[in-house]
Design a protein around this ligand. Structure first.
Ligand SMILES: [Zn+2]
Length: 529
């Protein structure tokens, strides 16, 4: 029993020690935890984050200020602005505390910066200053002294970057060129540098002509770098060519422009030979070969289609001069008068023939002829009343099929045609002008029966449009014909004009359409004979 009692006592003591140890350890843990918690909640990082600063802001603040300064800041009521000020590009390092002190005194942030930064204050007063580029102005001020120059430079740089032809790779070159050419527009500067950087990579590029290439380009911007290099190289080296003759200088150039694959010596010898031939021809004019009509079977024409008895002698003569032509070709040629030269053997147009009157390089209307009953038509301009009504019908029919037809040139007076033709003649010379423009009195437009539809320019390539296709397949139904078709220039005397239509009435138009002949041929056979 005694022994038992002693044992129990021992166990009790052991338990008490255990409890004490546990309590002691717990106290230590609580103590350490409290220490760290207190440390955390009293740290500046915590206080700053409580005030709403981001981690990144806190990092900047801690790098900028000492611990005790930071604590000061934490008490002040404008604390929110600190980070804004510190991040401001215009803020000068080392001046933070002055900024902040003044901020705390209630001064406006912008005013403080303005007051403190004389460079910015000055810049802001300058013409052309733009706040959004301030950072760039300050960057470039390091390299350039003059404020105004820097403002213009930076403004120009931003402007040029927005240009549609701007190339990032060329920026340095643009800016270098700009500094020497400040009065030039950014368009010109971009074009100049873009082209220059392109041309110097061309295999035919010759450094000594660079200025000449560039001058030529700036005046002829539609030309390619290849063309310009070849042209400049050629014109500058031409006089060194073998057998160069100063007299033909321009002729060499004119020829070269059409044959740019040729070498200088080849161009020179071609032109020299050509010119020699011409001179020889002048010295000894070739006598016309006498024609021998006895070789022609004069009876064969009578049975040919479109035979006109009045022209019998002309058929024979034309056949004798052109033995390789077939009978029908001879008939076609003579009926269309092309055994004569254009604008020779002129006759007066019989205006009494109405819609079938012929006006061309052999038949002319007088300067005083003005059709009666001219009326306005779709697209502007005027046409003769019946032609106009038929034109409008055609416009409506085309519209139904989804095509738009507009008269862009209808009736033209004699005097209008005269000034048009004289302008062309002055520009291109008579020979060339005759291929596309009528001499006054020879224009169908003076009859009020001709219309240029939608365009009057070859460059528009109207012949490739669906509208043209529609017209070709339908115009005859309204009495119109394509007057100057492709491949009939030798008869009509005009190059292909896909836009020029002539009212001749439905019957004639249908015949001409079905038999694929020209109005010259139709008129000779059905109207004048
Ligand atoms: Zn026309």
């Amino acid at each position: 029993m005694k022994k038992d009692g002693a044992k129990k006592k021992k166990i009790k003591v052991k338990k008490s020690i255990k409890i004490i140890i546990i309590i002691f350890i717990s106290l230590i843990i609580v103590g350490i935890t409290s220490f760290f918690l207190i440390k955390h909640f009293t740290s500046t990082t915590y206080k700053l984050s409580k005030l709403g600063y981001s981690k990144e802001d806190i990092k900047i603040l801690k790098e900028t200020f000492k611990e005790e300064e930071l604590n000061k800041i934490l008490d002040k009521k404008y604390h929110k602005d600190y980070i804004v000020v510190i991040k401001d590009k215009r803020f000068q390092k080392g001046q933070y505390l002055e900024y902040l002190d003044r901020l705390n005194k209630g001064e406006n942030k912008e005013d403080i910066i303005n007051n403190l930064d004389p460079v910015v204050i000055d810049l802001r007063k300058k013409d052309g200053y733009q706040e959004e580029y301030l950072g760039d102005y300050l960057d470039y001020l390091d390299n350039h002294q003059d404020d105004t120059k820097v403002i213009n430079y930076v403004n120009f740089m931003h402007k040029i970057k927005k240009n549609k032809d701007y190339l990032e790779d060329n920026l340095d070159d643009y800016m270098k060129y700009y500094l020497d050419n400040e009065t030039k527009s950014e368009d010109d500067i971009i074009k100049y540098i873009n082209f220059k950087n392109k041309i110097i990579k061309n295999s035919l590029y010759n450094e000594k002509y660079l200025d000449k290439y560039m001058d030529y380009y700036m005046k002829n911007q539609s030309k390619t770098d290849d063309y310009i290099i070849k042209y400049i190289n050629f014109t500058n080296e031409l006089d060194k060519g073998k057998n160069y003759n100063k007299k033909y200088h321009q002729k060499y150039i004119d020829y070269y422009i059409k044959h740019m694959d040729k070498k200088i010596d080849d161009v020179i010898s071609t032109i020299n030979a050509d010119e020699k031939k011409k001179e020889d021809a002048v010295k000894a004019p070739s006598k016309e070969k006498p024609i021998d009509i006895s070789l022609v079977d004069a009876t064969k024409f009578k049975s040919a289609t479109y035979y006109i008895a009045d022209y019998q002698d002309r058929y024979v003569e034309y056949q004798a001069k052109n033995p390789s032509k077939s009978t029908s070709e001879v008939i076609q040629a003579v009926n269309s008068n092309i055994d004569y030269k254009f604008y020779t053997n002129m006759k007066s147009t019989k205006t009494s023939e109405g819609y079938l009157m012929l006006v061309n390089k052999f038949y002319t209307v007088g300067s005083s002829y003005v059709p009666s009953n001219l009326v306005n038509v779709t697209g502007g301009g005027k046409l003769e009343k019946t032609a106009a009504a038929q034109f409008e019908k055609m416009v409506q029919a085309a519209k139904k099929d989804g095509y738009t037809l507009k008269n862009v040139s209808g009736y033209r007076s004699y005097s209008t045609q005269k000034s048009l033709y004289n302008n062309y003649k002055a520009r291109d010379g008579q020979t060339k002008a005759d291929t596309y423009s009528a001499r006054p009195g020879s224009s169908e437009h003076q009859t009020g029966l001709a219309t240029d539809i939608n365009t009057a320019s070859s460059a528009a390539h109207f012949e490739n449009t669906k509208t043209y296709k529609w017209l070709i397949n339908n115009c005859y139904k309204y009495g119109f014909i394509l007057r100057y078709p492709n491949g009939k220039t030798y008869i009509t005397g005009y190059k292909f004009e896909p836009w020029h239509y002539r009212y001749v009435g439905v019957e004639a138009a249908t015949y001409i359409h079905n038999h694929n002949i020209t109005f010259e041929e139709y008129h000779a056979y059905f109207v004048s004979h």
